[in-house]
Write a protein of this length. Structure first.
Length: 115
């Protein structure tokens, strides 16, 4: 199994950028997909972006053209570069990994976009 930990959240002004990081530990070489989800207050958790082990990248419409997902398979790292942030992007962002078909989650990192 794996453990996930996120970092990089914080307060940013509209139009600003943040880079979120996810560090996986444990049996990292069993990780298939790594992705990012977010949950805004009063809303359901939603997909932001996912990166497969084979190199495919998929984005929710909300982040296309603004967010870039990347990963370092050898070291069990995942990243989400977020540009042109808007108040609607305010949420807790969660790292997700699938390990032999099982979903694992980090505890989340808060991103607040406000002037």
């Amino acid at each position: 199994q794996v453990q996930l930990g996120e970092s990089g959240g914080g307060l940013v002004q509209p139009g600003g950028s943040l880079r979120l990081s996810c560090a996986a530990s444990g049996s990292i070489f069993g990780i298939n997909d790594m992705g990012w989800y977010r949950q805004a207050p009063g809303k359901e958790r939603e997909l932001v972006a996912v990166a497969t082990r084979g190199g495919s990248r998929n984005y929710a419409d909300s982040g296309k053209g603004r967010f870039t997902i990347s990963r370092d398979n050898a070291n069990g790292k995942g990243y989400l570069q977020m540009n042109s942030l808007q108040p609607a992007d305010t949420a807790v962002y969660y790292c997700n990994a699938t390990w032999y078909g099982v979903n694992y989650w980090g505890k989340g990192t808060l991103v607040t976009v406000s002037s």
